[in-house]
Design a protein around this ligand. Structure first.
Ligand code: MLT
Length: 411
C-alpha cells in the first residue's frame, strides 16, 4: 500500500492564488459580460524588452545549426550569465561573489520553495507575517510544522508580525529559531528594511547560528537610497545569508523563467553533533541531482537584461509600473484609505475600510467594481484587515481600477 506524505494534509485548503483564480472564474461564469480588471497576482503585463527579444532570436538561430547548437546547460548556469550577474549585481556594489557561489535557476519561487530541503527536519522556521505563502507551505510539506490552529497559525512556526503598528519592521524572535525568511522589498506589503535594520538581523543570525533566507525578487523596484539592493551590502551577511534574485519582475520573465540564488561558500550550517558544513556544497549537490539547468535561449535572454540597451529598456518598464503604483497610492489616499508600500515595490498594501474582513473586501471589489486584488489574510494572520493591489497592470487598467474604486465602492 502506497502511503502519502501526510504533511500535505496539514496545508491550508489551496494555494492562495489558485483560490483567487477559482473565485474569479466562478464570478466570470455567472457574469460573462463583466469586464474584470486583475490586480491580484503579481504577474507582469509589459512585453519582454527589445534587447531581450533580439538576444533570444539570435540564440534560437544558434540552436538550429550544428556548430552552435547547445544541449544540456551547465547545472548552475552558463559562465557568460554568471559573470554578467556578478559584475552588475555584486561587483558594481562592492560585493565580492565568485562564480561558484551563484546558481542560475528557473525561478525564485522554485528556489525559495526548494531551499528548505537542505536543512534539518527539526529546524525551527521563522517567517514574517504576512508572508509570501511559498516559504510557509513548503515547510509544511516538509513536516517542519504541526497543524494549523484556529488562529491561522501553524504549530512550531515562529510568526514575526509586520503591521502598521510596528511600521512593518519585524521584531527579532524571542524564542529559538534556526531559519528566517526575509523578503525585502516585501511581498506582500510593499515595505522595506533599511541597512541598519537589516544589520540587526545579520548580527542576530551570526550570534545565534541562524540562516537568513533573503528573497530579493523586487530589488529592481528600490527607489530610495537607504534600502540595500543586496543583503551582502551588510557586513557579516556573507556568513549567514542566502540571497534569491529573479528576472521575473525585474525584466518581465514571469513566463520566461529565470532567476538565481547566491550561496557564499562561507555560509555554514551544522550536523546534529555540531560539525560545520557549507550550504553551498549541499545546494550544488541538490541542484545537480534534480535540475538540468535553464535553457540556453533563456540564459542568453537574461544576459541581455544587463546590456546597456537592456538596462535602459527594463528601467523604463519599471518606471511604467511605478507610475501605476503612485496612481493607486494617491487615488486610494484621496478617498481616505490608509495605504502602505508602492514606493520601493510594485505592491500597494491597504487597510480595508471600516475594519472589513479581507475576503469580504475581495468579494466586494469583485462584485461591485469587477476588480481583483489579493486578500491580506491569505498571506497570514497579520494580513487580516489588509488587502493587496499590484501595479503590474496596464496603465489604462490601473486608471480604470482606481476610478472604479472611487465611484463604485461605498466606503
Ligand atoms: C505574487 O503575486 O505574490 C507573486 O506573483 C507570486 C510569485 O511571484 O510567485
Amino acid at each position: 500500500m502506497a502511503t502519502i506524505n501526510e504533511n500535505y494534509l496539514n496545508l491550508a485548503g489551496s494555494y492562495l492564488f489558485a483560490e483567487i483564480a477559482k473565485r474569479v472564474t466562478a464570478f466570470k461564469n455567472d457574469n460573462p459580460e463583466a469586464d474584470i480588471i486583475r490586480l491580484g497576482i503579481g504577474d507582469v503585463t509589459r512585453p519582454l524588452v527589445p534587447a531581450v527579444i533580439e538576444s533570444m532570436h539570435k540564440a534560437v538561430d544558434e540552436m538550429g545549426s550544428e556548430e552552435t547548437f547547445h544541449g544540456y546547460s551547465p547545472d548552475f548556469g552558463y559562465s557568460f550569465l554568471l559573470k554578467t550577474i556578478i559584475e552588475h549585481d555584486y561587483t558594481a556594489r562592492g560585493i565580492e561573489i565568485d562564480e561558484g557561489e551563484v546558481f542560475v535557476s528557473d525561478g525564485a519561487k522554485s528556489d525559495t520553495g526548494n531551499i528548505q530541503e537542505i536543512f534539518g527536519a527539526n529546524n525551527i522556521v521563522a517567517i514574517t507575517d504576512p508572508v509570501y505563502p511559498v516559504y510557509l507551505d513548503t515547510n509544511v510539506m516538509a513536516g517542519r510544522t504541526g497543524k494549523i490552529g484556529p488562529d491561522g497559525r501553524f504549530e512550531k512556526i515562529v510568526y514575526l508580525p509586520c503591521n502598521a503598528e510596528n511600521n512593518f519592521v519585524p521584531a527579532l524572535p524571542t524564542e529559538k529559531v534556526d531559519m528566517i525568511y526575509l523578503c525585502v522589498p516585501n511581498n506582500p506589503t510593499g515595505t522595506t528594511l533599511n541597512k541598519e535594520q537589516l544589520k540587526t538581523w545579520v548580527d542576530y543570525a551570526k550570534e545565534n547560528k541562524v540562516i537568513i533566507l533573503y528573497d530579493s525578487a523586487y530589488e529592481a523596484f528600490i527607489a530610495e537610497d537607504n534600502v540595500p539592493h543586496s543583503i551582502y551590502e551588510v557586513e557579516g551577511a556573507k556568513d549567514v545569508a542566502i540571497e534569491f534574485r529573479s528576472f521575473s519582475k525585474t525584466a518581465g520573465f514571469t513566463g520566461t523563467r529565470c532567476a538565481y540564488t547566491v550561496i557564499p561558500k562561507t555560509v555554514l550550517a551544522y550536523t546534529a553533533s555540531g560539525e560545520a558544513h557549507p550550504l553551498n556544497k549541499l545546494w550544488a549537490r541538490r541542484v545537480s541531482t534534480k535540475f538540468n539547468g535553464v535553457p540556453y535561449i533563456i540564459q542568453r535572454a537574461a544576459e541581455a537584461v544587463y546590456s546597456p540597451a537592456g538596462q535602459k529598456q527594463i528601467k523604463d518598464t519599471i518606471k511604467y509600473y511605478m507610475t501605476n503604483a503612485k496612481l493607486i497610492r494617491e487615488g486610494l489616499e484621496s478617498i481616505g484609505l490608509t495605504v502602505f508600500g508602492g514606493v520601493n515595490a510594485p505592491y500597494i498594501w491597504l487597510k480595508t475600510p471600516n475594519g472589513m474582513d479581507s475576503w469580504e473586501f475581495f468579494d466586494k471589489l469583485l462584485t461591485e467594481a469587477h476588480l481583483v486584488g489579493t486578500p491580506g489574510s491569505g498571506f497570514g494572520p497579520s494580513g487580516a484587515g489588509y488587502f493587496r493591489l499590484t501595479s503590474f497592470g496596464s496603465y489604462e487598467n490601473t486608471v480604470a481600477a482606481v476610478e472604479r474604486i472611487k465611484t463604485r465602492i461605498k466606503l
